[in-house]
Design a protein around this ligand. Structure first.
Ligand code: ZN
Length: 505
């Protein structure tokens, strides 16, 4: 092997010396030691000089030791530079690259970085000492790019452009402009339906049951169905069942009242896929009139219905009409329903919950359901001039039952499809394309499908009728009008209205 005269270059930066946290492996003596050890195994290399910079940063090459070394190299007194590792040579990778890739090769200088295992003499095409640093630079570039992307997104959000990857339930991305959202009628109707049910006092669990019975797809099921453009009739129903939590979550979404809320989660950097909740000031809120699924009034009543701590009695899907509204004027506790049967006739009362538990806690404050109802109806008429919810435009829900009609139509079509499938299956069996066993399995599945369609159709018709019956002082109207109704006794109630000063009756 060709012999050469080498200089060793050692460097220790200020940061590495200060603070008593000296990295021992980077100390000058350690660097020297490592290089000597290397030289012992390379007798062809003769060490002719040593240069060092103690307490000098590696960011630039304006270091006394380094400059003296360059003088020696220029004079031709040495033709090899040995360092412990590249970071000793320099930390400014662009300048380091100029020395290693242009200056040294041009001067015919061999470069060895001991602990990097690099020797320009033996370097193959793929050996690039600078590679890790190029990666680091790419990293820095990527970090910069990621920041730019994030700030562009923030700017778009401030504009009200929709930049999230998915449109939430009830909405879709506009076909004309992928950055804009629009109301998706099919799913918006489902939101209106469940809002109306909740307002009218049907429990979330009860609503989930109804939606399942009518075969309405869950948000997840809908998303999948949209993606595949074709949902098989034999899709697994268990994966697409509504539950009370889903109903409550959708009902609580501010987006249905036209609030576009952007930047709820953020990524912490270009490398982290996971998203984290944003701080309040990072969230952009914009009210969009064209994105309203519910009116502001409907949304308010809905939130009120959700916030009241009400539960349906065991075995009932509807909560009490006055639940969360009427309370005992004596102790403030809720009033509970009680019924007494006398001579074939059932009398319904409300009594103080505390009294029901223990007679010593509070007196009964009993009021008959009939009397309470009549009093509230009279007051409503007096205060607002309305007895019938139809006269109250604000209370009239925009829910039109479109979702039910559409769903009904879909179920009928599905049933017809099963019918023709049945005929085709029989033809295939007769022609010997299906075995007897296959034919039997197929006909069973078809029969199941037809049956579930018929059941869903019946449910939908039932649901359509339910709403036609609702009249008078409904749960929704009560929530809209009354803040609180305190029962003082059978002949006195105190009413706090949602919009008017208290009224005594
Ligand atoms: Zn009481």
């Amino acid at each position: 092997m060709k012999g050469c005269n080498a200089v060793m270059y050692l460097r220790l930066s200020k940061e590495e010396t200060g603070g008593g946290i000296l990295n021992e492996s980077n100390s000058i003596s350690n660097q020297r030691e490592m290089i000597r050890h290397f030289l012992e195994k390379h007798p062809e290399i003769t060490l002719v000089n040593e240069f060092s910079d103690d307490g000098k940063s590696g960011v630039d090459f304006n270091r006394p030791g380094f400059l003296r070394m360059m003088e020696v190299l220029k004079k031709g007194e040495a033709d090899c530079v040995i360092v412990k590792d590249l970071s000793r040579f320099g930390r400014n990778y662009i300048d380091a690259g100029i020395y290693l890739e242009r200056v040294f090769p041009w001067m015919g200088i061999r470069f060895i970085a001991v602990s990097d295992g690099y020797d320009s003499e033996h370097a193959k095409a793929g050996d690039d000492l600078l590679l890790p640093f190029k990666n680091l630079m790419n990293d820095a570039y990527a970090r910069d790019a990621s920041l730019k992307v994030r700030s562009t997104l923030a700017a778009k959000r401030a504009n009200g452009d929709f930049v999230n990857a998915f449109a939430g339930y009830g909405f879709r991305k506009s076909k004309d402009d992928r950055h804009m959202l629009e109301v998706e009628e099919e799913t918006a109707e489902v939101i209106r339906f469940l809002a109306r049910c909740l307002i009218e006092g049907i429990s979330a669990a009860g609503i989930a049951k109804r939606l399942n019975a009518m075969g309405i797809l869950t948000p997840y099921g809908w998303k999948k169905a949209k993606k595949s453009t074709y949902v098989t009739a034999f899709q697994k129903r268990e994966d697409f069942l509504w539950c009370a939590g889903m109903v409550r979550r959708i009902a609580g979404e501010e987006s249905s009242s036209g609030w576009l809320i952007l930047g709820k989660t953020k990524s912490l950097g270009y490398k982290v896929k996971k998203r984290y909740p944003s701080s309040p000031e990072e969230i952009t809120r914009i009210k969009k009139e064209n994105l309203k699924i519910l009116t502001d009034g409907e949304f308010q009543i809905l939130q009120r219905a959700l916030s009241l701590d009400t539960r349906a009695a065991p075995g009932e899907e509807k909560i009490g009409k006055y639940s969360g509204i009427i309370c005992c004027g004596g102790c403030g506790q809720s009033m509970v329903r009680r019924s007494v049967k006398r001579r074939e006739k059932v009398y319904r009362y409300y009594i103080c919950a505390a009294n029901k538990k223990d007679k010593n806690l509070c007196s009964s404050h009993m009021i008959s359901k009939e009397r309470l109802e009549k009093a509230l109806q009279t007051v409503t008429e007096k205060q607002f001039g309305l007895t019938d919810r139809k006269k109250n435009p604000k209370e009239k829900h925009r829910f039109s039952g479109k979702v039910l009609e559409k769903q009904l139509q879909k179920k009928r079509e599905d049933r017809e499809k099963y019918g023709s499938l049945s005929a085709a299956a029989y033809g295939d069996f007769r022609d010997g394309l299906l075995t007897a066993c296959e034919y039997r399995i197929l006909t069973e599945e078809i029969a199941d499908g037809i049956q579930s369609c018929e059941k869903a159709e019946k449910e939908i018709l039932l649901e359509q009728h339910r709403w036609e019956k609702e009249q008078g002082l409904t749960r929704g109207l009560i929530l809209w009008l009354f803040e609180k109704v305190e029962v003082m006794g059978s002949r006195e109630i105190h009413i706090s209205f949602c919009f008017l000063p208290p009224f005594k009756s």
